[in-house]
Design a protein around this ligand. Structure first.
Ligand SMILES: [Zn+2]
Length: 321
C-alpha cells in the first residue's frame, strides 16, 4: 500500500522500451505474449488492489479500437486496449464489494474485476501499475479524440505502437498531447489558500490550479491563475514536483508562492469559494474531523503539497518525491 498522502502515478521507473516502437516485428512478437489492460470509455479494468491485465487473445480484446504499447515489465510487453465498443450498460453496478455504483461489470471479465474510475482506485495500485494505467488512459483518450488529421481532415492511422498518428493523405505526423497545468500552494505567513470549483464533491477544497497558456512560463501562469481566480498578488514562484494526471492528458506542475496581498475576491465562474486556512485547522481537515471542509483526493498532488507544508518539509530541502 502506498503512503496515502503521497502522489499516484509517479516513481515507478517503468521501462518504456522506446526502441521497440519503431521495430514492428519485435513489437508483434512481444504483443503475442503480452499482457493487456482494457479500458472502457476511460475506465481501466481493475480489481481490489491490482489492475485487470488480460492475456493477449482474451475475448474482451477482440474488438479493441486501438491497442497501444506501454512498455516492458519483467520481460513481458505491457499494452492497453480501448474496448469502449463493448455493449456494457453504463450505470450497471459491479459485484465486487470495493466498487462504486457507477463501476461497470463485464460478463466476460475474470471475477472480481470491473471498469472503474482510475481516480477512485489510483492509490490502491502499486507505482508501476499506476504508471501503466495512467499512461494507457492518457494515450487511448488521445487516440479517441484525435482520429482525424488536424492538417487535412483525413482519418489518420496509429503507428509506432500507438505513440504517433500518421495521415495517409498528406503525410502529417501527430504526437500525443500532454497539457501542462500549474497547481500551487499559496501561503501567507502561517496560513495557506484553499479554493473549491463549482461541481466538485460536496465540501472538497484544494489548491488552485489552471492550464499554462501558450507563450507563458510556469511562474507567470501561477501568478496569473491566482490573480484571476482570487484577486491575490503573489511574489516569487518555486517549482516543487510534478504528477501525470491523465484526466484526460495533464501534467500537474506543483509550485509554491507567497501571497503579497490578503483580500480574496473569487471569480464565481471558476471558484465557488476561497479561504485562508491555518495549520491547526488544516490538520482537522486531514483528520476528517473538520465540520465543513474535506481534503483533496488521496494520491493527488494537491494533497501531497498540503501534507508537506503541514509537516514543514517544503523549506528543508527534503526531496518531495
Ligand atoms: Zn492529413
Amino acid at each position: 500500500m502506498r503512503d496515502t498522502d503521497g502522489m499516484a502515478f509517479i516513481g515507478s521507473e517503468l521501462d518504456r522500451a522506446q526502441e521497440l516502437r519503431t521495430d514492428p516485428e519485435a513489437l508483434a512478437a512481444l504483443a503475442a505474449a503480452g499482457r493487456v489492460l482494457p479500458f472502457w470509455r476511460g475506465r481501466p479494468l481493475i480489481g481490489a488492489e491490482a489492475a485487470g491485465w488480460l492475456d493477449a487473445g482474451h475475448p474482451i480484446l477482440a474488438a479493441a479500437a486501438e491497442t497501444v504499447f506501454l512498455g516492458r515489465l519483467d520481460g513481458r510487453g505491457m499494452f492497453a486496449a480501448d474496448v469502449s465498443a463493448r455493449p456494457l450498460e453504463a450505470g450497471a453496478a459491479a459485484t465486487g464489494s470495493s466498487f462504486d455504483v457507477g463501476d461497470l461489470a463485464d460478463p466476460e471479465a475474470p471475477a472480481g474485476l470491473a471498469y472503474a474510475d482510475l481516480r477512485q482506485q489510483m492509490t490502491a495500485l502499486d507505482p508501476v501499475e499506476a504508471e501503466l494505467a495512467a499512461t494507457g488512459r492518457a494515450l487511448l483518450e488521445w487516440h479517441r479524440s484525435h482520429r482525424f488529421c488536424a492538417a487535412c481532415g483525413t482519418p489518420s492511422l496509429a503507428v509506432r505502437g500507438g505513440w504517433q498518428r500518421q495521415c495517409p493523405a498528406c503525410g502529417a505526423e501527430h504526437f500525443p498531447r500532454t497539457d501542462p497545468v500549474v497547481i500551487m500552494l499559496v501561503t501567507l505567513g502561517n496560513r495557506t489558500l484553499l479554493g473549491r470549483s463549482p461541481g466538485w464533491p460536496p465540501g472538497m477544497f484544494s489548491c488552485l490550479a489552471g492550464f499554462v497558456e501558450p507563450g507563458e512560463t510556469l511562474e507567470a501562469a501561477v501568478r496569473r491563475e491566482v490573480a484571476e481566480e482570487t484577486g491575490l498578488r503573489c511574489g516569487p514562484v518555486r517549482y516543487l514536483a510534478s504528477q501525470p494526471w491523465p484526466f484526460p492528458s495533464s501534467l500537474m506542475l506543483g509550485a509554491r508562492t507567497e501571497a503579497e496581498t490578503e483580500a480574496l475576491t473569487p471569480d464565481p465562474s471558476e471558484i465557488e469559494e476561497a479561504l485562508w486556512i491555518g495549520r491547526e485547522e488544516l490538520l482537522t481537515v486531514f483528520a476528517g474531523t473538520h465540520p465543513r471542509i474535506r481534503a483533496p483526493r488521496r494520491g493527488a498532488i494537491a494533497r501531497h503539497l498540503l501534507a508537506m507544508w503541514l509537516a514543514d518539509r517544503l523549506d528543508s530541502g527534503d526531496r518531495l518525491v
